[in-house]
Design a protein around this ligand. Structure first.
Ligand code: ATP
Ligand code: MG
Length: 321
């Protein structure tokens, strides 16, 4: 885990642990770590407000992995994805995938179809989100006239992702790639909403990550410089996870009612408990959040599983087979 307690997997070298995922490189016949592949293992860790909580959510890693796999298929005509194989070690079956190792773009690509969360706060303060002016009178849960790209920085572990305007993305990755990832992010959100709508779910917003295929970074070369110099000639590949309850806000369509927070199938439930009086935690104290009560853990697991089952129309099977 982020504290070093990731599983040991024979045949794989541990590369990195993010808040939720543990990354490994498969070893080749000579026992060397392969540079072109990663095993992406989703743990049951829950992050909220940039903290990794002490309470894991049972089966969350498997739900996120299998929901992402399902969505990668649904989106395959829009762009290529990073999945190579689901033939993985038994110990992490169902919650890991072997992927193409990409040079990741250093931006979190967020798009919003409905206004809530950080987008709502920005709108209330400025009348716009990410530099896009919005009509007056929008409230929590309002549908936006059209989806808006609201990118943020990809902060190093332990730091907060900061919203940046579109020009900030241009500065990081150049104008051509910036326009392409903006359009792709909005296309993924739109497709996600088309599919989810058939299942009675609204997709309020989502975050995706893209990587480049074919950047061929030279040893010691700066990633940002390489991306700006020749990234536009590379293929953009959808990476990480996609349209999951960790990366997206899912709302039951029949309960949608702008003007207040919406019931949801995502981690908003955990955020709401953490910021409620019941938790006794002050989000701005800098202190680690408390453990979640068992019933909050169970209700969160139920929401994640329900999102999977409603979207895919198939029962959730933890081991994935
Ligand atoms: P952080 O890594 O900053 O903690 P996070 O909590 O979102 O962010 P995780 O989701 O736990 O991170 O870890 C996944 C990591 O793997 C991310 O840094 C993501 O950019 C990276 N990643 C995902 N897919 C690929 C890929 N195909 N090639 C290389 N890196 C990838
Ligand atoms: Mg992540």
């Amino acid at each position: 885990m982020a504290d070093g307690s990731h599983p040991t997997l024979p045949g794989f070298a541990h590369v990195y642990s993010g808040k939720v995922r543990d990354l490994y490189a498969p070893l080749d016949d000579a026992g060397e770590a392969r540079a072109d592949r990663l095993l992406l293992v989703a743990s049951d860790r829950m992050s909220a407000y940039d903290f990794v909580l002490d309470s894991p959510i049972p089966d969350k890693g498997a739900v996120l992995t299998q929901l992402s796999l399902w969505w990668f298929d649904q989106l395959a005509d829009l762009l290529p994805h990073h999945v190579v194989s689901t033939d993985v070690p038994d110990e992490v079956a169902g919650r890991s995938v072997l992927v193409e190792r990409l040079d990741m773009l250093p931006v979190e690509c967020v798009a919003r179809a409905y206004l809530t969360g950080g987008g709502l706060s920005e709108y209330e303060a400025t009348g716009s989100v990410s530099g896009v002016a919005l009509p007056e009178g929008l409230v929590d849960g309002s549908r936006l006239p059209e989806p808006v790209f609201t990118p943020s920085t990809k902060a190093p572990m332990g730091q907060h992702d900061e919203p940046i305007p579109f020009e900030g993305v241009v500065a990081e990755i150049g104008p051509e790639l910036a326009e392409r990832v903006r359009d792709l992010t909005i296309a993924i959100l739109a497709r996600g909403n088309d599919v989810a709508a058939e299942r009675g779910i609204l997709l309020a917003d989502t975050k995706v990550e893209f990587g480049l295929r074919g950047l061929d970074l030279a040893p010691g070369e700066d990633l940002g410089e390489a991306i700006r110099a020749r990234g536009a000639a590379c293929e953009i590949v959808l990476a990480d996870e996609v349209l999951t309850s960790d990366s997206s806000r899912f709302w039951p369509a029949d309960a949608w009612e702008p003007g207040h927070p919406q019931p949801s199938y995502d981690k908003q439930y955990v955020r709401d408990w953490l910021t409620s009086a019941a938790s006794g935690w002050d989000r701005h104290s800098g202190e680690t959040p408390p453990a979640l009560p068992d019933e909050v853990v169970a209700a969160t697991r139920d929401r994640y599983v329900e999102a999977y089952e409603r979207l895919t129309g198939t029962p959730f099977v933890p081991a994935g087979r």
